[in-house]
Design a protein around this ligand. Structure first.
Ligand SMILES: NC(=O)c1ccc[n+]([C@@H]2O[C@H](COP(=O)([O-])OP(=O)(O)OC[C@H]3O[C@@H](n4cnc5c(N)ncnc54)[C@H](OP(=O)(O)O)[C@@H]3O)[C@@H](O)[C@H]2O)c1
Length: 259
């Protein structure tokens, strides 16, 4: 089975490519660096030739409202057109849990357009909606930082490890299309303010997290359950505390001493 991973050099894409290859799959890791560009169409015909499944884990270089919409719309239209031409039998795309509850943000409006284009196409599909990655928590803090303070609401969040996202995508890409949305999430729920406080403390980041019911998630007003998946979500195994322990471990230099 040949699988084309579009965005194969990204955080999720690179992990997915590695896992699929370890399971003996033939994989094309496609991105502009390897000469495949979903915006211009460059390299797409060759990249998708003979692929039975495509996994779209691209992300837009700019998250500005107009730019991000243009990216996901053009990229998805091109991938679907070239995919149909190549006879791809399963189109898998990574989206975000709660997308329709987060439309105050141009990023999520663009992700919803991406999902709608996929649903309207002739290619059988699986849309995988993931919760926020552990690796993304610092970026959530950065967005809400003013001076030394990070203002966040106590909304529920059920984040997951990028590794578990890649494993779930690998499983889904090598199974039959579900022609609907699959939700994936982490094993535990947190309050957003508390999660960010723990993350910053573990990385010895001196910023102070202020719990504020009017604080925003990435500029979006969220309610208690905006970010969490439904009951039926497939859950990753990695706990936040274990991920933090690994992620904050000093990197050993050659010779075995910590850097
Ligand atoms: N962050 C979260 O917590 C979260 C949660 C749920 C879902 N998601 C979704 O997960 C997806 C992947 O995120 P990520 O963090 O893995 O992204 P990422 O690390 O930023 O990687 C993006 C990938 O897209 C590629 N790319 C960019 N422009 C392209 C183009 N024109 N043609 C082909 N490839 C292009 C990049 O290639 P280069 O390396 O060559 O630039 C890179 O391989 C996103 O769609 C996002 O919406 C994210």
């Amino acid at each position: 089975m040949k699988i084309a991973v579009i965005g194969g050099t990204g955080l999720i894409g690179s992990k997915l490519v590695k896992k699929l290859r370890e399971h003996g799959q033939e994989v094309v890791a496609a991105s502009p660096t390897s000469g495949v560009n979903t915006i211009t169409g460059e390299g797409l015909a060759d990249g998708l030739k003979g692929a039975s499944a495509v996994v779209d884990v691209t992300n837009a270089p700019s998250w500005e409202d107009t730019a991000v919409l243009k990216f996901f719309e053009t990229s998805t239209r091109n991938l679907l057109a070239y995919g149909a031409g190549a006879g791809v039998g399963h189109y898998v795309a990574l989206s975000v849990v709660g997308t329709e509850r987060l439309l105050e943000s141009g990023y999520f409006r663009a992700k919803l357009v991406q999902e709608k284009l996929i649903k309207a196409s002739s290619i059988p599909y699986s849309i995988v909606r993931a919760t926020q990655f552990f690796e993304f928590v610092k970026q959530i803090a950065d967005y809400s930082t003013e001076g030394n303070k990070v203002r966040l609401p106590p909304a529920l969040i059920q984040p997951m490890a990028a590794d578990d996202v890649a494993s779930a995508l690998g499983r889904i890409a090598t199974s039959s299309p579900v022609n609907s949305i699959v939700e994936i999430g982490g094993p535990e729920q947190f309050r957003l303010d508390e999660l960010v406080r723990r993350d910053l403390a573990a990385f010895q980041d001196p910023r102070e997290v202020i719990s504020d019911p009017h604080g925003r998630y990435y500029g979006i007003q969220v309610s208690e359950r905006s970010l969490v998946p439904d009951r039926g979500a497939q859950l990753g195994a990695t706990r936040f505390e274990d991920w933090l322990t690994q992620a904050t471990k000093p990197v050993a230099k050659a010779g075995g001493k910590p850097a």
